[in-house]
Design a protein around this ligand. Structure first.
Ligand code: CP
Ligand code: NVA
Length: 303
């Protein structure tokens, strides 16, 4: 059988994306009414994490538990991965024991290697290139409040990192306009960008990217793995901070999102993150519901 993995958002089409968002909203409602189904009864999710996490780990473990399944967290520090067992050998073993494997790692190629040999669906829980699970929650946060993506403009300001690449993928699938402003040398992945050239515009100035925007978002200036470059970036990224001045350039009812964790008063001011346009806490809570809908989806399409 050809397994359907979730390597990036490009593994789902528009109809499936909306289906996952609609199901997330249903699950959210059922959860609040205390009527969640046992839709993942006896299913197990393995989490191979080679980088730190709060939201992704907790949302994934909680997501499957609440739907009747269970999760096993595998740290690269305490498992045999620490002693050199390859991702392929690890994946072959886990495929015979669990129903899904989520991986958070550095190189995107390692995730692809795992997908090549895994006989259960693999979920990208963040690589240097993409963070598709986070985008499901971001899009749910907008969809829940504003209803649709057509003729909307979203803005990315800051580092052209994994989150930015995933916003580019989302714009291609959901057909919103995406305006991006990054300092020189910090542009998003060229091949990701080229594949979405009709929905994405690169702007020279952050203020330009934010004009007429319905959603403004950013991320830390130094992602996991880039910490050594942080001090240099603080200088280069000056002017790319999302502050009230910047938010005032967006549409009146624009919302602010951030995948978190944030470096307060660096890429975003506390005034904005704690202010009336911010939806970052709803966005983080939505990670739970979108993960539940994603797991159900992968279980359904991989029967
Ligand atoms: N947004 C996000 O993925 O957070 P964690 O790194 O805490 O999982
Ligand atoms: N771009 C960030 C996202 C963290 C959730 C990183 O990769 O560290």
């Amino acid at each position: 059988m050809n397994i359907r993995h979730f390597r990036s958002l490009l593994d789902i089409n528009r109809k499936e994306f909306i289906r996952i968002l609609d199901r997330s909203l249903e699950i959210k409602k059922l959860s609040r009414e205390n009527h969640l189904p046992n839709s993942l009864s006896k299913k197990t999710l393995a989490l191979i994490f080679k980088k730190n996490s709060t939201r992704t780990r907790v949302s994934m473990e909680t997501a499957i538990n609440k739907l009747g399944g269970n999760a096993v967290y595998i740290s690269h520090l305490t498992s045999q991965i620490a002693r050199g067992e390859s991702i392929k050998d690890t994946g072959k073993v886990l495929s015979g024991m669990v129903d899904f494997i989520a991986i958070r790692t550095h190189e995107h190629s390692e995730l692809l290697e795992l997908c090549e040999i895994a006989s259960v669906p693999v979920i990208n829980a963040l690589t240097q290139k993409f963070h598709p699970c986070q985008l499901l929650a971001d899009m749910l946060t907008f969809y829940e409040e504003k209803g649709s993506f057509e003729n909307r403009t979203f803005s990315w300001v800051g580092d052209g990192c994994n989150m930015c690449n995933s916003y580019i993928n989302a714009s291609k699938i959901l057909r919103f306009n995406l305006k991006i402003a990054t300092p020189n040398g910090f542009e998003p992945d060229a091949s990701v960008l080229n594949a979405s050239s009709d929905t994405v515009e690169l702007c020279d100035l952050p203020g330009k990217a934010v004009e007429n925007s319905d959603l403004v978002t950013t991320d830390v200036w130094a992602s996991m793995g880039d910490e050594e470059d942080h001090e240099r970036r603080k200088v280069l990224f000056k002017g790319y901070q999302i502050n009230q001045n910047m938010m005032d350039k967006a549409n009146k009812d624009a919302i602010f999102l951030h995948c978190l964790p944030a470096h307060r008063d660096e890429e975003v001011t506390s005034e904005v993150i704690d202010g009336p346009t911010s939806r970052v806490w709803e966005q983080s809570h939505n990670r739970l519901y979108t993960t539940q809908a994603l797991l159900e989806f992968l279980a359904e399409v991989n029967v």
